[in-house]
Write a protein that binds this ligand. Structure first.
Ligand SMILES: Cc1cc2nc3c(=O)[nH]c(=O)nc-3n(C[C@H](O)[C@H](O)[C@H](O)COP(=O)(O)OP(=O)(O)OC[C@H]3O[C@@H](n4cnc5c(N)ncnc54)[C@H](O)[C@@H]3O)c2cc1C
Length: 438
């Protein structure tokens, strides 16, 4: 089967631009045989490869990616490892579902905590938690108060922050109130994916810059890249939204593009005016209208704003310049005390959702298991999906597999162009309805 669409990201990812240059692992050349293939070196593929290597120390694993580790969605996100569901819901079923999700997410966070510590991954990994913020009193009533009640029902710790206290912690007068939860992690995601890649066990061979252009699954798995070929009896599919190019999950995925910007570091004088002591991360009450933001350890501010339907999985450089201008204006509206701070980098990345928010997990063909469709929460969901796909493929008992399966499977979408019209209308409606949270 010919692979018609390959990943194509811009080269502006600020998280990797602020790191030292790195030498990628060599690309695939010639013919290689392995015991396992893992396709895709995002959080899912990295976790799957590590788990397979640990479970089968005498077997070989070929981890293959079209690009460089840290240059795909996983290394260009906002850098939150999230441990709580975005929407909890208050029915017993929903609460039980939330408990299962939290168990899975914390399993992933624990895995990442250990990897960061064991291999000394220098990625600004921090346990600073996050603020869930509302701009308007309406956002407070419609989102934050129900969220607070749900956290109480779940027995989860939180802190309600508002007014001057919130302004002092965030350094912006823009928000009315926030619910602070301590459990998540913050990091430079490109530094994390690089560190996870470079610390893989020796029985994993990493091939970067190796786009798979042809795929066969008869008599074993065979992948062709422009200069090489890899064969193995079994494969874990971790190509997220691109897994549909391999014939999996047809008409199940919604492709979205999201954009982020990072400023230059604040000067000492600016930091004194800003007056914020600790790095923070905040997510908005509404993901479409609001803005996700971070204040990093090296005193930069990150903005993630703009989420739109993008079935082509391509985004134009000209349109990105317009995003940069918009991000600068949003930044200055939120931080009027920092008028001279410029945006240094603006980039885009692709995320993949299913209509019912279910992951693409489990067996998808003979000898192929998948861990895809992370519904835009891929740091934790990709990590636990990858580990559990490796466990399942290795026939290893893990009670979390049942929890993972309870999240369901992606539902079928209407055919295009009805889908396009429906999704675009719904997104416009969400933006308009939540404009008070912009
Ligand atoms: C701007 C932005 C902000 C975000 N913020 C957050 C956040 O704060 N927290 C969070 O949890 N999530 C966030 N997300 C979502 C998160 O980044 C994704 O859910 C996650 O990276 C998906 O991980 P993955 O391993 O499933 O897929 P990916 O990271 O997309 O990895 C799939 C890999 O497959 C490879 N591939 C595809 N096709 C081929 C082929 N033919 N040959 C070889 N390789 C191929 C790709 O190159 C890619 O590296 C954000 C996303 C964006 C874009």
């Amino acid at each position: 089967m010919k692979i018609n669409r390959l990943p194509k990201d811009d080269t502006n990812n600020g998280w990797s631009q602020i790191l030292q240059p790195r030498t990628p692992h060599p690309s695939l050349k010639g013919k290689v045989n392995a015991d396992w293939i893992v396709l895709g070196a995002g959080y899912a593929g990295l976790a799957a490869a590590r788990r397979l290597a640990e479970l089968h120390p005498n077997q070989s694993i070929a981890l293959i990616d079209a690009g460089e580790a840290g240059e795909n969605a996983s290394g260009r996100n906002s850098g939150f490892a999230i441990d709580l569901p975005h929407n909890v819901g208050s029915s017993l079923d929903e609460l039980e579902g939330s408990h299962r999700f939290m168990g899975l997410a914390r399993f992933a966070i624990n895995h990442l905590d250990q990897a960061v510590e064991t291999y000394g991954i220098d990625c600004d990994w921090s346990v600073d938690g996050k603020y869930h913020t509302a701009v308007s009193p309406r956002g407070v009533e419609e989102v934050l108060r129900p969220f607070k009640a749900e956290l109480e029902a779940l027995g989860e710790p939180y802190e309600w922050v508002e007014g001057e206290d919130l302004r002092r912690r965030i350094g912006s007068p823009h928000f009315t109130a926030a619910v602070y939860t301590p459990g998540g992690r913050l990091m430079n995601p490109a530094a994390l994916t690089r560190g996870l890649t470079d610390s893989l066990p020796e029985n994993v061979s990493v091939y970067e810059n190796s786009p798979v252009v042809n795929f066969e699954n008869s008599n074993g798995i065979c992948l062709d890249t422009p200069n090489g070929q890899v064969r193995a009896p079994k494969m874990i599919m971790g190509a997220n939204g691109f897994s549909e190019q391999f014939g999996y999950y047809p008409r199940r995925f919604l492709h979205l593009v999201a954009h982020a910007s990072i400023t230059r570091p604040l000067t000492e004088a600016e930091r004194a005016t800003f007056g914020v002591e600790k790095p923070w991360g905040l997510t908005p009450a509404n993901a479409f209208a609001g803005i996700t933001m971070r204040y990093t350890n090296d005193h930069r501010i990150v903005i993630r704003q703009g989420l739109s339907y993008c079935p082509s999985q391509r985004f134009d450089e000209k349109d990105r310049l317009a995003i940069k201008v918009r991000h600068a204006s949003l930044f200055h509206a939120r931080f009027p005390t920092l008028p001279d701070v410029d945006i240094e980098h603006t980039w885009s990345g692709f995320v993949c959702l299913s209509q019912n928010s279910a992951p693409g997990f489990g067996p998808v063909a003979r000898n192929v298991w998948s861990a895809v469709c992370q519904n835009a929460v891929g740091v934790t969901k990709g990590t636990f999906g990858g580990i559990l796909a490796a466990d399942m493929a290795s026939r290893r008992d893990n009670p979390l597999i049942a929890d993972m399966e309870s999240l369901g499977a992606p539902s079928k979408l209407p055919p295009r162009p009805f889908l396009d019209i429906g999704v675009r209308t719904r997104f416009q409606w969400e933006l308009w309805r939540n404009r008070h949270e912009a």
